[in-house]
Design a protein around this ligand. Structure first.
Ligand code: HPA
Length: 233
């Protein structure tokens, strides 16, 4: 069995798939956190692995960047590989004065300037949201680990480089930050009757543009996010 973008066989993926944007990050997670990880997909370098974390079977596969890309991979995982939960582990730019580089955003909802939801032909505006049980558990895990985090809306932008706006206008509606994938993922989960969550570490701040994290600090916050996502699985 193969889909247009995944060559894995049915059953090769666990019920829960962690999704970083970057294929090398998928490889890093598989090599550093999973036991007996097996490469199950490498079409277009979108590496997917399945292994075990604390005895639980879990997969990790990259989404690529942007809503069209995560739209394809999450659709195929939900509909053709019987995946139940997709947990995006990403990074975001922060719009929020309480959030600093390395903090975590749990994206309860996802606003967007994209048109992904138009395909569902709804007579209004669909509100893409995460699965509540995953949101709740992720927040509990952040509390237990003493990680700084906020739960709220994120803005899934179709542009990283934008001619007229940084997206900061969304801050007046309490939106916490910007990334590029969650809204499409949440739409696909809703349509498939499955579960999704996006957790992001703050990689840069539009409020505090001088804030920077060293490579080591970024790795530490990434590790915290990864452990939360793996515990969720
Ligand atoms: N824009 C879009 N996506 C991002 C950003 C950003 O500033 N930072 C991290 N992911």
């Amino acid at each position: 069995m193969a889909t247009p973008h995944i060559t894995a066989n049915k059953g090769d993926f666990a019920k829960t798939v962690l999704m970083p944007g970057d294929p090398l990050r998928a490889k890093f997670i598989a090599e550093n956190y999973l036991e007996n990880a097996v490469l199950v997909n490498n079409v277009r370098g979108i590496q997917g692995y399945t292994g075990y974390y604390k005895g639980k079977r879990v997969s990790v596969m990259a989404s690529g960047m942007g809503q069209p890309s995560i739209g394809i991979y999450s659709y195929e995982l939900y509909h053709f590989y019987d995946v139940e939960n997709i947990i995006r582990v990403g990074s975001c730019g922060s719009f929020d004065k309480d959030l600093h580089v390395r903090d975590i955003v749990i994206a309860m909802g996802a606003c967007t300037n994209g048109n992904y939801a138009a395909q569902f032909a709804l007579p209004g505006t669909f509100c893409p949201i995460a699965d509540f049980s995953l949101v709740k558990r992720a927040a509990q895990l952040c509390d237990e680990k003493g990680v700084r985090y906020k739960v709220g809306n994120i803005f899934s932008s179709d542009t990283f480089y934008n001619d007229s706006s940084s997206g900061l206008e969304w801050a007046k509606m309490g939106v916490l930050g910007v990334e590029m994938e969650s809204a499409a993922l949440y739409c696909n989960a809703a349509r498939a009757g499955k579960k999704a969550l996006c957790i992001c570490t703050v990689s840069d701040s539009l409020i505090y543009p001088d804030e920077n994290a060293s490579a080591e600090e970024r790795q530490t916050s990434f590790t915290a996010m990864m452990e939360i996502a793996l515990e969720l699985a």
